[in-house]
Design a protein around this ligand. Structure first.
Ligand code: FUB
Length: 453
């Protein structure tokens, strides 16, 4: 992926629901990190933290600047609704309101209420973890007057066992991962704080724990910096207080972003893995964006390793703008690649470049899987494209293979500006198919998205 200079600008969130976008990253228009996903009332809710570029007056110009939390929801994992700010550093009595220290949170449901756990700096500078309580997952949340007594640290995860017993796990001082039972009121500890026994090799920082249960087994997963950046690894055990046995890595370290932070959720019979990366900000790794992938278990309950993708999860409607640069597979990288759009908006996204060099004869292609063509006939195919004199040619859409059924052939005229070129649909498809976009002739075309009408 070739990237140009990006200027990261501040984003002021609307306090009403606004739609976000599909593919990875899941959210556009604001940075988001540390996604904690849960299913409430038949929808997926994600509680991420919120990175912003360092504001004037921040004491931490080069590090994380995290002023508040939003919550997002989705029924199809493509269209995300931002429900606005749910907790703000300036409105929590115990938090230093200029510390921008609202790191990874979590939320869960008990006794008819939603309990949102978040870390921040107290007015004395020390980390603590507090609770805000709501009647609905989207809020309004009421922060408690004081943080939870005896819980000093970051990255809370709130796990509720099948019998209703709540457990809080977090990273305590000294980089220890710890767990404690909570009282039924969800705001006080009900047990000793126990260091999680996970028999993971001891080197490297461990933080951001997440706990879930499947088929009677407890899964305890966390980021671990084994070498250069954080990978996500996991353990399994028979009790939420441990001991846990190390089972391996779910996601390997990446090269660009030092942190990774995850959660795991089952929704409509499918398991998902949420994590973050710095896709929309490449000068540094403290303005991150959340992503999701499918998660698969082996027969014995262990987890298959996940490779991060641009495509992410979900089925994309053919009638929406299909961002083919969030591809599932791509041809020869000398002839087709993805570039960051050159604008001052960090969320302008990417485009696909098709380039025929040296009379390259094989198909030049990119694949975007899981497109829903619906049940009705579609009349035209559109490509949002930029091609100058000497570069223009033809863009083709094929079904399910590079040389699969020809869905449309779109001649693209040379122009000095972006255009929507279109042509009639030649082959009607029904249901979900993988879309292949090819450049059978032409020299240099930039494609931002494609769409059917
Ligand atoms: O987002 C700030 C911190 O970075 C989180 O609390 C950690 O888990 C890491 O993702």
């Amino acid at each position: 992926m070739k990237l140009t200079k990006t200027i990261c600008i501040a984003f002021f969130a609307a306090s009403f629901a606004i739609p976000a976008f599909a593919d990875n990253p899941l959210i556009s228009g604001a940075f988001s990190a540390d996604p904690s996903a849960h299913v409430f009332n038949g929808k997926v809710y994600v509680f991420p933290s919120h990175d912003i570029p360092a504001p004037a007056g921040s004491r931490n110009k080069k590090g994380f600047n995290m002023p508040d939390y939003h919550v997002y929801s989705s029924e199809n994992l493509l269209d995300w609704t931002d429900h606005g700010v749910i907790v703000d550093q300036e409105k929590v009595p115990w938090v230093d309101g200029r510390s921008y220290s609202m790191w990874a949170p979590d939320c869960n449901f008990k006794n008819g209420k939603y309990y949102f756990y978040f870390p921040a700096h107290q007015k004395n500078g020390r980390n603590a973890i507090g609770v805000a309580i709501a009647e609905k997952p989207e809020g309004p949340y009421v922060p408690q007057e004081n943080p939870i007594p005896g819980v000093n640290g970051i990255d809370p995860c709130i796990f509720i066992d099948d019998d209703g017993t709540p457990y809080l796990t977090w990273q305590a001082q000294g980089n220890a991962l710890v767990v404690a039972r909570l009282k039924d009121n969800m705001t006080e500890l009900d047990s000793e704080v126990v260091t999680v026994n996970h028999n993971v090799p001891r080197n490297g920082l461990k933080e951001g724990p997440f706990m879930f249960k499947r088929n009677g087994k407890y899964y305890y997963s966390f980021p671990w910096c084994e070498r250069q950046t954080e990978c996500i690894c996991y353990c399994m055990g028979d009790s939420p207080m441990g001991p846990f046995e190390y089972k391996g890595k779910i996601m390997e370290q990446n090269t660009d972003c030092w942190t990774n932070h995850h959660s795991v959720v089952e929704y409509e019979g499918q398991w998902y893995f949420f994590y973050h990366h710095n896709d929309y900000c490449r000068e540094h790794d403290v303005n991150r964006s959340i992503c999701a992938e499918y998660l698969t278990f082996n027969e014995d309950g262990t987890i298959q390793p996940i490779v991060p993708t641009q495509r992410g999860v979900g089925v994309t409607p053919a009638t929406g703008r299909i961002q083919i640069d969030r591809y599932s597979a791509i041809g020869d990288p000398n002839h087709v690649w993805v570039e960051y759009n050159r604008t001052e908006d960090p969320f302008a996204g990417w485009k696909t470049v098709f380039r025929n060099k040296d009379n390259y004869r094989r198909p030049i292609w990119i694949e975007y899987d899981r497109v829903d063509f619906g049940e009705k006939d579609l009349s035209s195919a559109v490509v949002h494209v930029f091609a100058r004199v000497g570069g223009s040619g033809t863009i083709e859409f094929h079904a399910d293979a590079v040389d699969g059924d020809l869905i449309a052939r779109i001649p693209v005229e040379a122009k000095d500006e972006w255009q929507d070129a279109s042509a009639a649909v030649l082959k009607q498809l029904k249901g979900v198919h993988n879309l292949f976009v090819t450049m059978p002739d032409g020299i240099l075309m930039h494609v931002d998205w494609v769409q059917f009408k």
